[in-house]
Design a protein around this ligand. Structure first.
Ligand SMILES: Nc1ncnc2c1ncn2[C@@H]1O[C@H](COP(=O)(O)OP(=O)(O)OP(=O)(O)O)[C@@H](O)[C@H]1O
Length: 399
């Protein structure tokens, strides 16, 4: 049985369209206007128990809203969703027992309490036995070095320490599935590595994981499936390795040669490749499509022309691939494996989307390498709260 099953799941937010200031508020009172925003647009998504899924997309694509729909914090405008057989927004308490959630941008720890007290409160809320509780604390101490953080008041934790404590909170009750929304955001490299190690360990233990991130290094080694969402629609759902294979065919061989040779000599030897000279004398990069040439053939060919002193071969990171998808350079459509496979892409309609311009600007920000489009002022990027207040009150009233 599928653990998560969503069919045509849709969330449309309504935002009051009001001019600023008191005058704007008065006008809005007399004549109420709203702008609608389709944050999640008829997505189909299923997750098997034990799967680790990367859910990626540009700012404003609908990732956090999907997670909120799966947690029950937000009620869908259309479609169906079940997690472990439970409809999340109808039975939030029962759903909470089977899920763990981490929103990297906010904490679920009590701000003025020591971490130990927050965990004890969660223990009581989830009705965890003393033995299970102690076993979990021991485990978190081992993998997250939690012990040192237990007596510290949340507001005194650094961001990295807070994230480790939040991970412990999300997993304390051994949930069936854990949703991790940007678990490495703002962390330094050392703490990121630690969190990534922890994710890999969770994966190895068979925990079902849904991971959203802008840092695609987070998903390598943890997720074998990638779902790409853009403009509220799922535009790709398939294997991570397959995406890399199909859309990341470029290889780069960086060479340091010991014999005087020109880029033109190398280019003449490899007509199917692009040759770029490096800054230092004898340095060259040969780029090619791996379906046309192999790194082995390049090395053999170069060795016939010159002495090879050093070699490095680069594969594109998945981040480059996804960035190209966002930038519209690559047209990802489901391949034969997807069409027949376990994760068919969303059959969502391709109607004009009110978020189009917004998403286009987010795509541009992402494509330009902006790791966080908040810095680029993408609207709505900070407009995410983890509370029930997420649901637009006007929208609720209109139901
Ligand atoms: N409570 C809300 N009221 C109105 N619009 C909202 C609300 N929450 C989200 N949105 C809008 O829905 C769209 C999707 O937002 P969401 O937070 O799901 O995107 P995201 O992919 O998680 O983006 P990010 O990477 O920036 O976190 C955005 O345009 C956002 O402004």
């Amino acid at each position: 049985m599928k653990l998560v099953e969503a069919r045509a799941l849709t969330k449309i937010f309504r935002r009051p369209d009001k001019e600023p200031g008191l005058r704007g508020s008065m006008k809005h009172l007399l004549r109420r206007r709203f702008t609608t925003m389709t944050a999640v647009d008829a997505i189909d998504l299923s997750i098997e128990p034990g799967e680790a899924l990367a859910y990626v997309g540009p700012n404003g694509a609908g990732k956090s809203t999907t997670i909120k729909l799966l947690t029950g914090i937000v009620e869908p405008t259309g479609g169906e969703v079940r997690v472990g057989g439970i409809v999340p927004h109808r039975d939030r308490q029962a759903n909470a027992r089977q899920i763990g959630v981490l929103f990297g941008q906010r904490t679920q720890l009590w701000w003025d309490l020591p971490v130990r007290e927050s965990l004890a409160l969660l223990r009581d809320m989830y009705d965890i036995s003393p033995t299970d509780y102690q076993r979990q604390l021991d485990r978190f101490d081992e993998v997250l070095d939690l012990g040192a953080l237990l007596p510290v008041v949340t507001r005194k934790l650094s961001l990295g320490q807070r994230m480790r404590a939040d991970l412990a909170c999300a997993l304390l009750h051994q949930p069936k599935i854990v949703y991790l929304d940007e678990p490495t955001i703002g962390l330094d490299i050392a703490v990121k590595d630690r969190v990534r190690d922890f994710l890999r360990q969770l994966r190895a233990e068979g925990t079902t994981i849904m991971l959203t991130t802008h840092d695609l290094a987070d998903i390598e080694g943890t997720c074998e499936r990638i779902v790409i969402i853009d403009d509220g629609k799922i535009i790709y759902d398939g294997g991570l390795a397959e995406v890399k294979d199909r859309y990341a065919r470029e290889r780069r061989v960086h060479l340091q040669l010991g014999t005087p040779i020109t880029a033109a000599d190398l280019a003449a030897r490899f007509p199917a490749a692009a040759v770029t000279p490096g800054e230092a004398h004898g340095e060259f990069t040969i780029s090619f499509d791996k379906s046309l040439l192999t790194a082995g053939a390049v090395l053999t060919g170069v060795a016939q022309l010159a002495e090879v002193v050093e070699v490095r071969i680069d594969e594109p990171a998945i981040e480059d691939v996804v960035r190209r998808v966002y930038a519209g350079e690559l047209n990802i459509t489901p391949g034969p494996a997807d069409a027949a496979g376990a994760h068919p892409p969303s059959a969502s309609p391709t109607s004009a989307h009110p978020a189009g311009t917004h998403a286009a600007s987010a795509r541009a920000a992402y494509a330009a390498g902006a790791a966080d489009a908040r810095a680029a002022g993408v609207p709505g990027a900070e407009d995410v709260t983890g509370a029930a207040g997420d649901v637009d009150p006007a929208e609720e009233a209109s139901r």
